[in-house]
Design a protein around this ligand. Sequence first.
Ligand code: NDP
Length: 300
Amino acid sequence: MAAKIIDGKAVARELRAEWKARAGCLRARGIYPGLAVILVGDNLASRVYVRNKVNACREVGIHSELHEFPAGVPEEAVIFRIRQLNANRTIHGILVQLPLPRHIDNRRVLEAISPEKDVDGFHLYNVGALVAGSAVFPPCTPYGVMRLLQHAGIAVEGKHAVVVGRSNIVGKPMALMLLEAGATVTICTSKTRDLADHTGRADILVVATGRPKLVSGDMVKDGVVVIDVGINRLPDGRLVGDVDYESVARKASHITPVPGGVGPMTVTMLLVNTIDAAERDARCAPPAETGCRRSPAITA
Ligand code: NDP
């Protein structure tokens, strides 16, 4: 069976066009969606991610501001800036680019963000809302995965979903969102005995480990839907996922490529969450004549 490729770039393009129109609806009413990005230190990868986010904002008509701090900045200075941004009515979303330098407590910094502006969905309030089944800002990567499944017409309810990885930003929220959508969910970690025994029973398999080619074709069943979240740079410079694409694609019904699968969706969902925040702030259902819809329910 030749797997259908779930084209994240195409889905992201479509979503961005839709949300660009929604941002336009807000601007027509004098409301400019605004995102503040906080970058601490000079981590090269973080700088690239931030640049991509700022460019993506420009593409859909979100005002973005970059707040940069040197690596040695005291934690309190970052928190002080976040408090200023919380109070700033022109900013609807605040994002702190992770990782932060070791002397800064991630949790304290993330908790300083107002939950109404926490477009990454990492504040404990938003984590709790996700657990309770009423997500406000779903974390962008798993949110993007749910949208990919939806776009590919894959029903989640009643399926056995296996998530490999349990990080706070991908694995755990992913499992919760699949659970909320009606899947029976198994979570695997580095401590799982016989990983293949679990992956082999998945109808939907999401892999987010940072281990290149961890899952191979002999570890999955025919017809599985495979979402590869991993992004790994090999010594030869190639970018690969956590799934051995060639062998798995021979058995899967659907698969995401790396690059071009989940990656483009992550930034797109940040844009979605930011415009959503601006819409909520404006308490606006866009006027019917604009042809704009209100935010959809956050489900698969
Ligand atoms: P973390 O390192 O935070 O978490 C990795 C998880 O994988 C851990 O829970 C770990 O288990 C588990 N794991 C590691 N090795 C194994 C193994 N052999 N078998 C089973 N589970 C294993 O990574 P992230 O969640 O932040 O990221 C995962 C991958 O996704 C990375 O490649 C990252 O670059 C990519 N990523 C991609 C994004 C995108 O937009 N496409 C966005 C975010 C991340 P344990 O907890 O037991 O240690």
